[in-house]
Structure formats: structure tokens, C-alpha cells
Write a protein that binds this ligand. Sequence first.
Ligand code: NAD
Length: 401
Amino acid sequence: MAKVVINPRIRGFICTTAHPGGCAANVQKQIAVATAGGSRNEQGKGLGNVLVVGSSAGYGLASTITALFGYGAKVLSVAFERPGTGEKAGSGGWYNLAEVHRAAKAQGKTIETIIGDAFSAPITAQAIAALQARFGKIDTFIYSLASPKRTDPVTGITHSSVLKPIGPTYTSQTIDLDTDQIKPITIAPANEDEIANTVKVMGGEDWERWIKALAEAELLAPGFRTVAYSYIGPQITYAVYRKGTIGAAKDHLEATALRLSRDLKAAFGGGAWVSVNKALVTQASSAIPVVPLYTSILYKVMKENGTHEGTIEQIVRLFAEQIGPGKTPQVDEAGRIRIDDREMRAPVQAAVDQIWQTITSENLLDVSDYKSFKQEFRTLFGFEVAGIDYTVPTEVEVPLV
Ligand code: NAD
């Protein structure tokens, strides 16, 4: 156990340190949003037992917090994070979960976390054993993994995803997160192997494996619902996102939902859905070329017209309007829940498009909300959080109580 001063160590979209106090403050803010709204609190009805895979950051963290503090659900959480040891800080996701656990315990709520590779059979087996011993059947399963690689538990082969276009070479503009300069970007198209590998990592195969394993262990409750997250986005990012390798994986995820839903409806009266969420600053989204620049402009437009939401507002809305107790998901023509509706409105996209045409390194801070992008990125790791004195040494070893 050691107290040290923790400073951000950032290169591009990677930050190798995290601040426990800053992460805790962020989680507290999310808990406050999830808890607001009175009537949902402490009901404990309808959501019952919730499993969240990818629970420590971004949309999965918001899902964990909403289920636990907004609905009084019992939550089993699975994530891949690193604890702090000695003088070395842990990962942001670890400190997020540490605060979720601490606050849950203080309020008499139940959360248990399994740390490890969710793509692996032993971690699924560990989750099943925990459910059998201390939870019982699962009512809601949120699948929110974002990872650059996955080892297939059947073949032992490790697949790596790529973020590339499919078809012609793609040329656009992107922001260099180290120099804050806008620069041209050209990405050569993916080959067939790269497309197949990206689908292996981010498609629906692992989600289906989890559901099958839970079903075989007789852990799916009547009315069982499961949701995985997807993204569509604007024309600006189409070539690199939705029509690119990651889009092929999302197509696979969405096709998996439709197929699984038929079986789940027949067997349990429930279903499987994909929810298409809004573009937001997370570790995963920061790594995608072009997307951070688009997101910075989107933030400016949506904040100005009063429709901006963060991960917690998105997920509170998802549960309140779509998948929470007594709700029937409203889906688009492809069977998807759309909480990206406000992002995709025509006037929002027209305004973003207009800025996209004229943005330069010089006017970046005026015409976009890149300032918030940078700040939110640091906030993911507990830095630049109001009220935290970063000069004070802090304990790095924070347990999941
Ligand atoms: P994130 O990087 O914030 O979180 C990823 C989570 O996955 C973390 O909890 C991490 O611990 C966990 N994880 C990664 N590899 C793991 C492994 N092997 N085993 C266990 N846990 C592992 O990501 P995010 O942006 O919240 O993305 C989650 C989902 O939401 C993805 O499907 C993503 O495509 C989707 N989505 C994101 C956005 C966005 O703008 N961020 C928009 C729409 C949809």
C-alpha cells in the first residue's frame, strides 16, 4: 500500500494511469443521474438479476449503474481491468468499479464483479458458478464489450480487429490527439482476412456464446431480455465506420440479435435486441480514426440545441423507455432500438456537415467542442475532474469491496 501523486500519462488515445478519486467522482455523478426520478428507485421490480459484460467503462458502466442504483437490481459484472499495486496506479475501469462497489455496499445493494477475459470459457464458467451460488436466473443481460482482440475459446486463435474501409481507399480529415491538429487521412481498404477477423472480435459470436452457456446452465429467467450496443453514425464516417470493417461486425451483431430473438421469444417470452447508441467519448471510440473530430462537432451542435446526452443519460433513457420493467422495445425497420435518434436528426446532421466542410486547426476550438472532447477523455481516467486536488498523494490500491 502506498500513497503517490498520480499524473496523466497520455499518448494519442491511450492513457496508462488513472486517478482513483477522479474516477470515484465521475461514478458519483452517474449514480446521481441514475438515482434521480424517484419512482424507479428501490422498486427492485422487473429488472431482477442483471448481468453486465463490459461493466467498467463507457456504456457498460452506465448500464451497471442504471440497473443497480436506478432499479435496485442485483448485478453481476464482468470486466477486464487492472488493480493498482504498490506505487503503480490501476486502470480507470478498476477505480470506476471500486466506487460502484463502495457506493452499492453503503446503500445495501448487491454487486459482484469478475475480473478477467470475458471472451474466455473459464470466465463464463466463473460467472455461471457465481449466478448459481448467489443470484439465480438472469432477467436482463447487457453485453457491452469493446476490444481490439479476441481469443476464440474453441480454436485458441487470437483475432485482431482493424478499423479500415471496405472497398475503395478512404480519404478524409482527422484530428491528431497529440498535436491537436487537423490533418488529412488516407486509409487503404481491408482485405478479406481483416474483415473476417474484425467480425470475429466485435460481431455477435461471443454474445451468442454467453447466451447459450447461460441457457445450458438453465440460468435464463422467464421474460429474459438481452441487449448489445451498436452504432450507425453519419455519412461523414460511413466509409470508415458503418461501411467499414467495424460496420461489418455490427451487421453481424445485429443479425445475431434477430436470430437469437426468435429463439428467446419462443422459449422464454423475452428477446435479444441491439440498441444503436449515440457517439460519445469513450476509450473505444477515441481509437477510431475520424470519429473524434466528428464527435467534437456533434457535441457543439447538440449542446447548442439542448439535446446532448452522456452515457448515463443515454442508458437511463434506454431502460426507462425501451427495456425497463413493463416496456416493449420500439424498433426501426431493421429491428434495432434507436437511442441515437437525437444525433441522427436531419437538422443536427446538416449543422455538423456544414461545420465539417469549413473546420481547420485554426478555428477548431471555435466551431467544435474539441475542448470537451479532450476534457472528457481525461475524465475517463479520473483527470481534470472538478474538486480533485491532483497534487495530493493518493492510495493506489483500492479494493472492490
Ligand atoms: P469502453 O472502451 O468504454 O468499454 C469497454 C468495456 O469492455 C470495458 O468495461 C472493458 O473492461 C471491457 N472489456 C474489453 N475487453 C474485455 C475482455 N476481453 N473481457 C472483459 N471485459 C472487456 O467502450 P464503449 O465505447 O462503452 O463500447 C461498448 C459498446 O458500445 C461497443 O459495442 C461499442 O461499439 C458500443 N457503442 C459505443 C459508442 C461510443 O460512441 N462510444 C456508440 C454506440 C455504440
